[in-house]
Design a protein around this ligand. Sequence first.
Ligand code: NI
Length: 433
Amino acid sequence: MVGALSPRADSQATPGGGANAAEAAGRRAGRLAAIAGAAERLRPWLIEQRRDFHRHPELSNREERTARVVAEQLRAAGLEEVRTGVAKHGVVALLRGARPGAVVAARADLDALPIQETLDVPYKSLNPGVKHACGHDVHTAVQLGVARVLSQMRDRIPGTVKFLFQPAEEGAPLGEDGGAAYMIAQGALADPQPGAIFGLHVAPDLDVGQIGYSLGPALASADRFLVTIRGRMSHGAWPQDGIDAIVVAAECIGALQTLRSRRIDTREPFVLSIGKIQGGTRSNIIADEVTLDGTVRTHSEAVRAQVKELMREVLDGVTAAHGARFTLDYRDGNPVTFNPPELVQATLPALRQVVGQAQVIERKPVMGAEDFAFYQQVVPGFFYFLGVRNTAKGITAMIHTAEFDVDEECLVVGVQAMANVLLDYLERAAASP
Ligand code: NI
C-alpha cells in the first residue's frame, strides 16, 4: 500500500530518470490544463446543480430526491455502472479508464440539517425547517462535476474511479442504520476495493480558493454517553432517609472534568461535555434518579479508550461514596478522522498545482467529527478542506447555522482539486513498480 502511495524520490531515480521526470511533468501539465478547461466549462452547470440541491434539502436517510438526481446525472455523464439504494439512498458508481490500473475512490455526502433557512437568496431552501447548512450540496455537486470531467478523459485514465455518494453523514434517525459504516457494510468499498479514498468538506474559515489539510488527525472521534445515577427518594426535609441523586450527579460532573485537567495527558486534545441533565420531580422531594447526556471527543484512539475506562472508574468511586448506583451507556460514534501522513504528502503536490503553493494551508485539527473516518479504517483516506469564505461578499457564517452559505467560486476549485487528486493518484500508482 505504501509503495503505491509514495512518489518516487529523485535521488532514487535510475539513469534515464531525468527523461522519466520530464515525461511525468509533461503529463501533469497536460492533465492540469485539461481538467482546468473542463471544470471551467462546467461552471454554470455546477452552480445550477448546487442550487438545485440547496433548494431541495433532505434530512439524513431521507435523501430520496437527491439520490435520484445523482444517479440521473451520473448516467448522463456516461457512467454505466451506477448502483443505487446502497445503505438506503446511497449511490456507488464506477468510472473505468481506458487503461488498466489501480482503483481510487471519492466520497461525497448527501444529507441536510433540520435548520430553518434565513438567507434570502434565489436558491433558498423550499423545504421548511431543512437546510443544507453543512455544505453537502456543494460536496455532491462537486463530485458530480468530477465524474463529468473524468468521464470525458477516460482515454488518459489508468485505472478505475469509484464514486461514493453517501446518505446520513449527520447521523441516522434513532433506531436506523446509516452513514459511512452502513455504506461499508453494504459493500461500498468492496468489488473493487479502492487503494485509497478521498473526501473534501467546505470550510468557512478558509477563503474561497484555499485548501486546508491536517497531517494525521484531522477531526475528532465523537462518542455519546448516557449516565444514569440512581439514589433513593425521600422527603426534602428528611434527606438523611434518602440518597440524593442530584447531589451525587453534581459531584460526578465535577469529577468527570478532572479527567481533562488531571488524568489525561495534557498534550492530548480531549473534550468531555455534558449537554443535557435531567432528574428530580419536585422542590421538596429528594431525587432518586438523574441522567447525564454527553459527548467525548479525542484525536487519538488510545486516549478514547482510556477516557472510556476512566469515566467508569470515576463514576464508580463517586457514586459508591454516597451509596448510589450508576449505569454508563457509552455509545461509540465516529472514529478519529486520521489522514495517513504518507498519503497526504503524496497528494499535496497535486493540490498545490491546482490552487498554488501558498493557498494550500496546513490547519490544526478540530474537535468536530466526520464519518469519513470509517472508510479510513478500511483503506487509507485523505479528507481535506475546501475554502468557501468571501468576506467582501459577506459570506462568513459558520457551518450548522441558519446563515451558512458559500461563495460558489468554490465549485470549480473543488472539481479541479478532486479530479486532479484522483487522477494523480492513479498516475502515481501506474508509475510505481
Ligand atoms: Ni458536513
